[in-house]
Write a protein that binds this ligand. Structure first.
Ligand SMILES: NC(=O)c1ccc[n+]([C@@H]2O[C@H](COP(=O)([O-])OP(=O)(O)OC[C@H]3O[C@@H](n4cnc5c(N)ncnc54)[C@H](OP(=O)(O)O)[C@@H]3O)[C@@H](O)[C@H]2O)c1
Length: 279
């Protein structure tokens, strides 16, 4: 077990990527404080942790409110006495052309995705600094580095998370705290399910994603475990992209067609199917 007896705070742990990370950490021996606004989904996560014999705490808090983030730290120390790992996974996304984004929407996205991460770095970072030890993993997005239409506020917030990851790494190294980020592409969760399941988009994924499918939460957990474990002790300030190759290539439909034709000529059927397993 790579995280035996470690205490991890995971925000956004009531669903999607955050829940998958919480469960994966528990399977590696960690105790998890599952954070989100709605208590119900967090309690479901903690019940799943209990099924595998792991300790957990469901804690309702809004990461965009600094006083709430302080309460997360207090509750964690009260219950488990320490905090070793922080995963900033809570996030929101709204699709809207920049010219139509209203102030409340902009505030919600930036307050949650960027200020929420800042508050947690400050509040949890202070505690970790006292102990001279800690692992912080921010869940960013490829939108932080690549321009995407209809996501201006989201991309801005995630670009901020990337910058904050590097800046915090520069400051926290002296306290033996590693700060890294994971930038997923499209991962099938409630945030993107409609997008991922739309047949038109499925065809686009086949075309645009070199590995031929959208991501699944299990695709993200390996990096999250690695960045929380001793295996990454000499790594800080990096952003691991997990997107099936999307942001590293530019492809045209005609080029993809030529590649398919080549595979046919060679008698090698391409495995470009969103349902296909990564195994
Ligand atoms: N799915 C993707 O394709 C994708 C791609 C790149 C990056 N990401 C990032 O991955 C992270 C997780 O997203 P997901 O795909 O797993 O979506 P998700 O299932 O919608 O999870 C988001 C979680 O964040 C929590 N949350 C939202 N606002 C919060 C707040 N103010 N305070 C506390 N918790 C809050 C939500 O719970 P409550 O509503 O109960 O608070 C929810 O459990 C996000 O940061 C997202 O930007 C996702």
């Amino acid at each position: 077990m790579r995280l035996k007896d470690k205490v991890a705070i995971v925000t956004g742990a009531g669903s999607g990527i955050g829940r998958a990370i919480a469960l994966a950490y528990a399977a590696e021996g960690a105790k998890v404080v599952a954070v989100g606004r709605r208590l119900g989904p967090l309690e479901e996560t903690v019940a799943k942790l209990a099924e595998i014999g792991a300790g957990g705490l469901a804690f309702s808090a809004d990461v965009s409110v600094s006083a709430d983030v302080r309460r997360i730290v207090e509750a964690t120390l009260d219950r488990f006495g320490t905090v070793d790992i922080l995963v900033n996974c809570a996030g929101v996304q709204k699709f809207c052309p920049l010219l139509e984004v209203d102030d409340p929407t902009l505030d919600e996205i930036v307050d949650t995705n960027l200020k929420g991460v800042f508050f947690a770095l400050r509040e949890v970072g202070r505690e970790m600094a006292r102990r001279r030890k800690g692992k912080i993993i921010n869940i960013s997005s490829i939108g932080g580095a690549v321009g995407r239409p209809l996501r201006s506020a989201y991309c801005a917030s995630k670009g901020g998370v990337d910058a904050l990851t590097r800046a915090a790494a520069a400051e926290f190294g002296q306290y033996n705290i590693n700060v890294n980020a994971i930038a997923p592409g499209i991962v099938e969760t409630t945030m993107t399910r409609e997008l991922a399941q739309d047949p038109e988009n499925a065809e686009e994924f086949r075309m645009r994603i070199p590995l031929g499918r959208s991501g699944r939460t299990e695709d993200v957990v390996g990096a999250a475990i690695f960045l929380a474990s001793a295996e990454s002790d000499y790594i800080t300030g990096i952003i691991i992209t997990i997107d099936g190759g999307t942001s590293n290539v530019v492809t045209r439909a005609s080029e993809i067609r030529a590649l398919r034709e080549s595979a046919e000529r060679l008698g090698m059927e391409p495995r470009m199917n969103p349902e296909s397993s990564s195994a």
